[in-house]
Design a protein around this ligand. Structure first.
Ligand SMILES: Cc1cc2nc3c(=O)[nH]c(=O)nc-3n(C[C@H](O)[C@H](O)[C@H](O)COP(=O)(O)OP(=O)(O)OC[C@H]3O[C@@H](n4cnc5c(N)ncnc54)[C@H](O)[C@@H]3O)c2cc1C
Length: 457
């Protein structure tokens, strides 16, 4: 291994003339699934990324693209992990075409920096992953991360207009164009968004923007049961109010948010709206009426600043015990009528082995996330995962078009070695065959994140 790493380093330096591109220092910051890379590559150009990938592929090395590292607890530990390819020196804005509502950026730009770029023009990319100060545009798109605002702006992959990528064979490709109607043939951007660094490395992304709402505000009310809160959320979604986010939270998530937010419980439905002044007032009034009719208690009214602060806190993960290495982050998605079932599944999972739980659902998008923190050391998390997955899936009925997707977003490495973390045990075998073929086509040497994604491809 040392010899091939040596040859790799010499070849990359000869290609790029950049002696600082590769380093053996600071590799401890890039641990993934208990494994540490030998080298960190910090390319500063598209050509340098091509060189790293081509030379790694020649030397049978494993390379994991690394943005902000905020998804490091997701997926399987990589099978081979020689080089972390950091995008930190690829973090600039390339072009901001504000009249065309488009920002062209390098992948290492953080979501916070992208917001700083677009906000003065009254525009937003609508990307709201956890930890926006660290999460990068490239990482957010390639992990298909979306937060509470998915209900308003759609998924991360819908935001990509043009993508420039480097492939493991050292070739470059640009997919899409700077116009919305640009699709001929297969939509490669949507294939790559969500491919978790297993197929290609993005070196430039053109992101579609939207006009940001002029004003925003939120309301929240407490309900006695999850079923009541989710029913009110469904009724809200049936109204033409286009909320910014619609969240249902349990008492654990409310408590984890801390004392800055006096949200009512034990189950809270909170929704934010964004519009011009009169439109906002109308939406808030109609939502308040609905909360009253549905039996919501202790109405809380949030002004613009409180709404922005709560929206950001809801996009983040709960901290404290829930953020510890041995805690679990689980996720289920499906039709909105399945959310009460997912909430029951989280409750049952928490009961297996004694976990404290925090539950939050993007109730307008059919996504529920739960965090489980062991009450004491040495708790075995396997039974909790099995209970969560099986109860969520009991509501699936593919023949009626009702799909349920479960996955483990974070958990101890020992658990990630044991279970199908992407939920691929419920995957149609034909889909897995197709994904394996795509992997072989794009990355025949299995250079990029080998073994990390669905079916350990
Ligand atoms: C080798 C490979 C092949 C791909 N082939 C396709 C393709 O043919 N068509 C396409 O649209 N996209 C494909 N993708 C991209 C990616 O899988 C999609 O963007 C993503 O799966 C969105 O799927 P969904 O709508 O089911 O998402 P969601 O239900 O939102 O899934 C969320 C996340 O689950 C993970 N996931 C993706 N696929 C699966 C799966 N099959 N089983 C379990 N977990 C999964 C992903 O991280 C995804 O982002 C491929 C990616 C890879 C690495």
């Amino acid at each position: 291994m040392a010899a091939s790493l040596d040859a790799f380093a010499r070849a990359v330096e000869a290609d790029t003339g950049d002696p600082s591109l590769l380093s053996g220092d600071g590799t401890g910051m890039y641990v993934l699934g208990g494994r540490m890379p030998f080298l960190v590559a910090r390319p500063a150009s598209h050509e340098a990324v091509l060189s790293v990938l081509a030379r790694a592929s020649e030397g049978s090395l494993g390379v994991v693209p690394w943005g902000g590292g905020t998804s490091r607890r997701a997926g399987y530990p990589p099978e081979r992990y020689d080089v972390a390819l950091s995008t930190e020196r690829l973090s600039a804005a390339v072009d901001f075409l504000c009249d065309d509502l488009t920002a062209v950026v390098q992948p290492g730009m953080t979501i916070e920096s992208l917001n700083r770029l677009t906000r003065p023009e009254g525009q937003t990319a609508g990307l709201d992953p956890a930890n926006p100060g660290k999460a990068t545009v490239g990482g957010t798109v390639f992990a298909e991360r979306s937060g509470p605002q998915r209900v308003r702006w759609g998924r991360a992959r819908d935001r990509v207009m043009r993508l420039k990528v480097a492939l493991p064979d050292g070739s470059s490709h640009t997919y899409g164009a700077l116009v919305v109607k640009n699709v001929t043939g297969y939509d490669m951007n949507r294939l790559l968004a969500g491919s978790w660094g297993t197929l290609a490395v993005a070196t430039e992304l053109a992101i579609r923007l939207y006009k940001a709402p002029e004003r925003s505000g939120a309301r929240a009310a407490g309900f006695g049961t999850a079923g009541e809160a989710f029913r009110a959320a469904r009724r809200l979604m049936a109204l033409p109010l286009h909320p910014l986010w619609v969240e249902v939270l349990d008492a654990g998530r409310i408590e984890a948010l801390g004392e800055r937010y006096f949200l009512p419980g034990p189950w809270c439905l909170a929704a934010a709206f964004g519009d011009f002044e009169e439109g906002l007032a109308e939406a808030l009034r109609r939502f308040e009426d609905l909360l009253g009719r549905e039996g919501g208690r202790e109405l809380a009214r949030l002004d613009e600043e409180e709404t922005a602060r709560l929206g950001a806190a809801l996009a983040d993960q709960p901290g404290g015990d829930f953020a510890r290495e041995e805690s679990l982050a689980v996720r289920a998605s499906g039709r909105a009528d399945q959310l009460p079932r997912f909430a029951r599944a989280a409750e049952e999972a928490a009961g297996k082995g004694g976990f404290r739980r925090a539950v939050a659902a993007h109730a307008g998008s059919g996504v529920l996330r739960a965090w489980l923190a062991p009450r004491e050391r040495g708790v075995e998390p396997r039974a909790a995962w099995d209970a969560f997955a099986s109860l969520c899936r009991a509501g699936a009925d593919p023949a009626a078009g009702r799909f349920v997707h479960v996955r483990l977003d974070g958990g101890p490495t020992s658990l990630r070695e044991q279970i199908p973390v992407w939920g691929e045990d419920a995957l149609d075998p034909a889909a897995l065959v197709l994904m394996r073929r795509l992997k072989r086509e794009y990355d025949p040497t299995r250079t990029l994140s080998p073994g990390r994604f669905v079916g350990r491809l």
